[in-house]
Design a protein around this ligand. Structure first.
Ligand code: HPA
Ligand code: ZN
Length: 328
């Protein structure tokens, strides 16, 4: 069994495997612009974040009904369980669905029913994080937050994703303040392709408690010191960074440098069906390519619970599982 861990950076729409995409397309009488699974896989050759996002949003068209969202999340959680995931804080992109005419309630009810099942089937705890699409207008994000109000008992926090460059965090200051006023936790993608200054903005203007990706922090020594002293977690996604060419190869991934700078680093899968592996695959990939020891992996697993929004009681119980884990 893989080491127990939390996954804190996972877009549920990014877990849509090609086989499930074709299955849902057939079920919903949709014709995909690909002849079969192998043909679709040839489209997974990305050059940057935008080239991935184009396919990510296009394939979402197969997600139409509550059952579709349920099946998507169930498939992820079944796989996550085999990868040692004991807790998952799951992103979803409401605007990518409501802008296609899918009601927000359909999305949330479908996801929540799958998460409830996973609690009993796999003893995995979960949280849902509603992400705003930063390449859409800030007013649309505010409308989305208002539309989510009847569902807030299912939602732990808000996040910020999609095309980063040209869409700085300050564009969303007002909606993040409104989310805080509703008692929601706040995270934001920053410093994936965008500059270190976007990380400062996410911290200072959005009140982000965690930074998603954040690898560009290495460009700014003062920011590194700040992140280390405040114990602000980074949710790093190694396979994603390589596939989207934010980092040339896994062998030169900056994860060790971030750990050496004293940051609270976690390892996550981002969009596992698109980037060649789930979260434990990322752990094994970095271990092999960055010469990490088993104890380094234990530190990363421990960090994943420390950086989570878990209650102290479950956090401590899961950290104790990490400490007791025996590597084969
Ligand atoms: N970055 C930005 N937006 C995203 C990502 C990502 O890695 N995955 C899904 N939406
Ligand atoms: Zn992401």
């Amino acid at each position: 069994m893989a080491i127990p861990k939390a996954e804190l950076h996972l877009h549920i729409e990014g877990t849509l495997e090609p086989e499930l995409a074709f299955h849902l397309a057939r079920r919903n009488n949709i014709t995909l612009p690909y002849t079969d699974v192998d043909h679709l896989r040839t489209a997974y050759d990305f050059t940057d974040l935008q080239s991935f996002l184009d396919l990510y949003y296009r394939l979402m068209d197969v997600l139409r009904t509550q059952q579709d969202f349920h099946d998507l999340a169930t498939a992820y959680l079944d796989r996550a369980a085999t990868q040692g995931v004991r807790h998952a804080e799951i992103f979803f992109d409401p605007q990518a669905h409501t802008n296609r005419g899918i009601p927000l309630g359909t999305v949330i009810q479908g996801l929540v029913s799958a998460l409830d099942q996973a609690h009993t089937r796999h003893d995995i705890s979960t949280e849902l994080i509603l992400c705003f699409l930063r390449d859409r207008p800030a007013t649309e994000a505010m409308d989305t937050l208002q539309a989510a109000r009847p569902h807030l008992h299912h939602i732990t926090g808000v996040g910020l994703d999609s095309a980063e460059i040209g869409h700085p965090p300050t564009k969303f200051t007002e909606v993040f303040q409104a989310a805080a006023d509703l008692g929601l936790r706040r995270v934001a993608h920053a410093g994936e392709e965008g500059p270190a200054d976007y990380i400062w903005q996410a911290l200072n203007h959005l009140g982000a408690e965690r930074i998603d990706h954040g690898i560009r922090a290495l460009d700014d020594p003062a920011l590194l010191t700040h992140l280390a002293t405040t114990r602000t977690p980074l949710t790093v996604c190694p396979f994603s960074n390589v596939r989207l060419r934010a980092v040339p190869t896994l062998d030169v991934h900056p994860l060790p440098a971030l750990m050496d700078a004293g940051l609270l680093v976690t390892v996550n899968s981002d969009d596992p069906s698109y980037f060649g592996g789930y979260v434990h695959d990322n752990y094994l990939g970095i271990q092999q390519h960055l010469n990490l020891t088993n104890e380094d992996l234990r530190t990363l697993a421990r960090n994943s619970f420390t950086a989570s929004f878990l209650t102290p009681q479950r956090r401590e119980a899961l950290i104790a599982e990490v400490d007791a884990y025996h590597f084969d």
